[in-house]
Design a protein around this ligand. Sequence first.
Ligand SMILES: C[S@@+](CC[C@H](N)C(=O)[O-])C[C@H]1O[C@@H](n2cnc3c(N)ncnc32)[C@H](O)[C@@H]1O
Length: 238
Amino acid sequence: MSDNDNKPEEQPKQMRRIRSFVKREGRMTQRQSNAKEQYLPTMGLTYEKKLLDLDAVFGRQAPRVLEVGFGMGKSLVEMAKNNPDYDYIGIEVHGPGVGACLADAAEAGINNLRVFEHDAVEVLADMIPDNSLSTFQLYFPDPWHKARHHKRRIVQPEFLACIHQKLVAGGIIHMATDWENYAEHMLLELTEAPGFENTSDTNDYVPRPDWRPLTKFESRGHRLGHGVWDLIFKKVTL
Ligand SMILES: C[S@@+](CC[C@H](N)C(=O)[O-])C[C@H]1O[C@@H](n2cnc3c(N)ncnc32)[C@H](O)[C@@H]1O
């Protein structure tokens, strides 16, 4: 038997895409797995190659906010609770985080939040209609510290072009990071991306707006003495 007989079927080279995450199969608590079982049927959305009808998903028309990589979801649930007139879509690949988010959302009694457990790059490209989001949020994305891993950072020109398409005119893209080198990368990519305007008076960063709650990773960063950089850009017509 050759070595190849044991290998899973490989995808053709051109189909392979560099991913911004490594799937960690972290252990799920009872609370998280119960929440997934109980609430995925109503609050969960499943990836398929088909555009969503967001008015049908939420049963109303409202401005829509999409967050990528919500982690354990605490700050996302808090935002959804604080802003009942907005609809929220969260996308996360980490199963325990999805469970924790669903448990918190159920406890908060909110029904303006839906979540995907899937790669956000695919969900955005295949399921989110153009001109449908009022806000896109990306808080403390994996920084991929080493230079040879920078290509794994989710903030890349193609990703920003895709978000531009999904935002309504005047819609905003809000990012935050506690890693200075990633903040500089975000600033450079956003400044160079066609169709975005920086809302910062100093043409770089903005103070944390009071509507963005502290996230888990941010608190960890504070404990480690890291700074935090927020960026808010607005979609302008091309
Ligand atoms: C450093 S954590 C930050 C979590 C949270 N935003 C916070 O501040 O506490 C980054 C998260 O992004 C998720 N992530 C990375 N790439 C993703 C992708 N392509 N689609 C969905 N989630 C992704 C990871 O699973 C991880 O939970």
